[in-house]
Design a protein around this ligand. Structure first.
Ligand code: PGA
Length: 241
């Protein structure tokens, strides 16, 4: 099944979350169940989001987590805390976590392992920077990020999703071409076997269909265009065609 994800990043207060979700649920009434829809609001909106989404066809995800269960980790959030709020997916290793907050492949590996142990589905993000692409390193970078993030784990492909998000395409209005995404997605499947691979980076209602028409694009991770309920609902509807 295709997976369409809204990554709100650091946007929307609880009040704004409520308004958005009430509108969004109305807009997707009648949409078939042949696509999974996931919304990842900030931590502070999870509680109100779950109140509205439970019992609906929309699932709830978090944008980050800590790998320890509890303890002296000021400012961090554990997977048990997230689970109790209805979270079933966590985005792990987003490029903003890697490049703004210094998350290493080793840390990302710990988070992936912790999610799997807790029965939460990680969406592991990988992607090359522009200079790596220009140096012809794209596939090497992807392979290394995947190997390190999944080290010590076998046969995980059915329990995790991968998001290919070229760093230069995120929030830039300059997406990869669907053909470039297809190339990387099929490479990821060569490495990992049957795994769901989402594309992310400047997806909008106009280009979503082209990405999803590629044989190995199994879903979308949407940032900016997910902040408006009607534009995200349009992307969900495109994914059903
Ligand atoms: P964007 O973000 O859609 O705003 O490019 C995607 C992401 O970072 O997940």
């Amino acid at each position: 099944m295709k997976l369409i994800v809204a990554n709100w990043k650091m946007n929307k207060t609880p009040k704004e979350t409520k308004e958005y979700l009430e509108t969004f649920l109305r807009l997707i009434e009648g949409v078939d169940d042949n696509v999974e829809i996931l919304i990842c609001p900030p931590f502070t909106s999870l509680c109100i989001a779950w109140d509205i989404l439970k019992g609906s066809k929309v699932k709830l995800g978090a944008q980050n987590c800590h790998y320890e269960q509890k303890g002296a980790f000021t400012g961090e959030i554990s997977l048990d805390m997230l689970k109790e709020l209805g979270v079933s997916y966590v985005i792990v290793g987003h490029s903003e976590r890697r490049w703004i907050f210094g998350e290493t492949d080793e840390l990302i590996n710990k988070k992936v392992i912790a999610c799997l142990e807790k029965g939460i589905r990680p969406i592991l993000c990988v992607g090359e920077k522009m200079e790596e692409r220009e140096a012809g390193m794209t596939l090497k970078v992807i392979e290394s990020q995947l190997k390190l993030a999944l080290s010590g784990l076998d046969e995980v492909s059915e329990r995790i999703d991968i998001a290919y998000e070229p760093v230069w395409a995120i929030g830039s209005g300059n997406p990869a071409t669907p053909e470039d995404a297809q190339l990387v997605h099929s490479f990821i499947k060569e490495l990992l076997g049957k795994v769901r691979v989402l594309y992310g980076g400047s997806v909008n209602p106009q280009n979503a269909g082209e990405f999803l028409s590629m044989p190995d694009v199994d879903g979308l991770l949407v940032g900016g265009a997910s902040l408006d309920p009607s534009s995200f609902a349009q992307i969900v509807k495109v994914s059903q065609r």
